[in-house]
Design a protein around this ligand. Structure first.
Ligand code: K1U
Ligand code: ZN
Length: 174
């Protein structure tokens, strides 16, 4: 298993729509394992293949209940088949540095997809897990949580990011 580098906004690959996985090969299974390790290493509670530079419809999520810590789940070609209710949740993203913001999402979702054995999966999620699934599936459509906040907040974040990157450059120059 390997920890993969995570692409950071404004990397253009993060804005692209990902392609369906046509066959669950050993390479896809290895990618899913590496994504799980990368998610735990970050640490994060989810990860989508485009975040590690692979334009494929594959996500992993940390699906633990308080009783079961460290239970992760990989979903191939995930689709939201139903959504209801509303929740406002403070989101972060491993690809969006030094920023969190409140985002409105559906409070309960049902996700369909395939597991790594190619068997159909149906997952009912609510609360934080529902938010993480929606956030990860957005990544597959090239959507970041900062695309779901006001343009004013997004502009403020872009300015903040410019300052951060400028300072990073300065510090690297010595
Ligand atoms: O897609 C991602 O970048 C992962 C993202 C998932 C997410 C979390 C919370 C709300 C919406 C989406 C993250 O994991 S952000 C970091 C995070 O949640 C975390 C940080 C420290 C410990 C555990 C989790
Ligand atoms: Zn994210």
């Amino acid at each position: 298993m390997a920890v993969l580098p995570i692409l950071k906004y404004p990397e253009p690959l993060l804005k692209k729509e990902a392609a369906p996985v046509l066959e669950i090969t050993d390479e896809i299974k290895q990618l899913a394992r590496d994504m799980i390790q990368t998610m735990y290493d970050a640490p994060g509670s989810g990860l989508a293949a485009p975040q590690v530079g692979r334009g494929l419809r594959l996500i992993v999520v940390e699906a633990s209940t308080p009783e079961e810590v460290g239970k992760s789940l990989a979903v191939v070609n995930p689709v939201i088949i139903s959504a209801k209710g509303e929740i406002t949740f403070e989101e972060g993203c491993l690809s969006v540095i030094e920023y969190t913001a409140k985002v409105d999402r559906a409070a309960e979702v049902v996700i369909r997809g395939l597991n790594l054995e190619g068997r159909p999966l149906e997952i009912e999620a609510s609360g934080r897990l529902a938010v993480v699934f929606q956030h990860e599936i957005d990544h597959l459509d090239g959507i970041l949580f900062i695309d779901r906040i006001s343009s004013l907040k997004r502009d403020l974040y872009r300015r903040k990011l410019k300052r951060i990157l400028k300072n990073q450059e300065k510090n690297q120059e010595g």
